[in-house]
Design a protein around this ligand. Structure first.
Ligand code: NAP
Length: 316
């Protein structure tokens, strides 16, 4: 099958097209013929070797953790899927290397879900990793409630696009940071307040509106932004980061809770996200489509940190 692989860690130039053997589904796996893969920042982080200590890998590595496509075959224990079903999945496996920048991918049936009926393959590919990250951060870790006042950092990014919508759907008040060019976009997703973090100190902007502090910060930026975020929380508030693991000492000092989330594959949650799309409560993020052969350019753009919504790669 056609795939984009790396033979060593490095810059975007190490990505190259290759013809590699197609995977075969194990007993509990679904073989997906991939129509679109989405690009996530973790792809370039793996390419650079930044996650080498976290996950075992095997060269040649096929990058990519998001897929939308059609079931081509099923293992003997698979009950919920049939050949021809339109499905999507967050395809992270115990070992890195068998990813979705390829014509076929296998994934455990527990991580796969039917695609929402009202979206195409390109839109569906945007959903699994980013949608599950926002879901597990806001609902599982932060236990967001109606009426909460929430600051979502990087609201225009892939994860932020879902986080804004999930928080609004729950009935929270949503403040978000984004460059000015993305303010119309984040407001169209439901943000109540857009803060141009390049022109304005976000701490001042939040305090001006919520002098008593807010209930929750969702941190999709990390580092200095995470450290400053404690300043906007009320006592007993929460910070959930998907970037750096927050310091327990710092959280204690501010009298808040802090947690880190690393997203796990979950077909059941993906079904629930799909239901929100089908009901119209949530829509897919803005997307930019590129060809599989343009994976290096797609990763350059992702690494530059300015993508609005998602980049997807068309596989066939
Ligand atoms: N732990 C996990 O499970 C997990 C899961 C998914 C992602 N992540 C990580 O979370 C981060 C975000 O992921 P993503 O997929 O959402 O990234 P992304 O789609 O590449 O995010 C790009 C967006 O970030 C915005 N941005 C950049 N710097 C910003 C800043 N200082 N303040 C506010 N917005 C800023 C940009 O908006 P402007 O152009 O308007 O500035 C752009 O729209 C990445 O580091 C990723 O690796 C972790």
């Amino acid at each position: 099958m056609k795939a984009i692989v790396i033979e060593s860690f490095g810059g975007p130039e190490v990505l190259r097209p290759a013809d590699v053997p197609s995977p075969e589904p194990a007993a509990d796996e679904v073989l997906i013929e991939v129509a679109y893969a989405a690009v996530n920042p973790v792809d370039w982080k793996i390419r650079e070797g930044m996650l080498a200590g976290m996950f075992p890998h095997e060269f040649p590595v096929i990058l990519g953790w998001d897929a939308a496509g059609t079931v081509k075959d099923t293992g003997k224990n698979v009950t919920g899927f049939r050949i021809g079903d339109r499905v999507y999945a967050y395809c992270r496996k115990p070992k890195v290397g068998f990813g979705t920048y390829a014509e076929f991918v296998t994934m455990n049936q527990a991580a796969v879900a039917p695609m929402p009926k009202n979206v195409g393959f390109a839109e569906a590919a945007c959903i699994p990793l980013a949608g599950l990250t926002a879901w597990q951060s806001l609902f599982d870790a932060a236990k967001i409630q109606a009426g909460d006042r929430v600051l979502i950092h990087a609201g225009a990014g892939g994860v932020g696009s879902f986080a804004i919508q999930f928080a609004k759907h729950t009935g929270a008040e949503v403040l978000t940071t984004a460059g000015g060019a993305n303010h119309a976009y984040v407001k169209s997703l439901g943000a109540d307040v857009a803060i141009d973090y390049r022109k304005e100190n976000f701490i001042d902007a939040v305090r001006k509106r919520e002098p008593g502090g807010i209930d929750l910060v969702f941190d999709a930026v990390g580092n200095d932004v995470q450290r400053k975020s404690y300043e906007v929380l009320k006592k007993g508030g929460k910070l959930v980061s998907i970037v750096n693991v927050p310091s327990e000492e710092e959280a204690r000092r501010y009298g808040v809770e802090a947690a880190h989330v690393f997203v796990t594959p979950d077909g059941e949650q993906l079904r629930r996200i799909g239901a929100l799309l089908e009901s119209g409560a949530v829509r897919p993020p803005a997307l930019q489509e590129m060809r599989l052969e343009e994976a290096a350019e797609a990763q350059r753009q992702s690494q530059a940190g300015r993508v609005r919504g998602k980049i997807v790669l068309k596989i066939r």
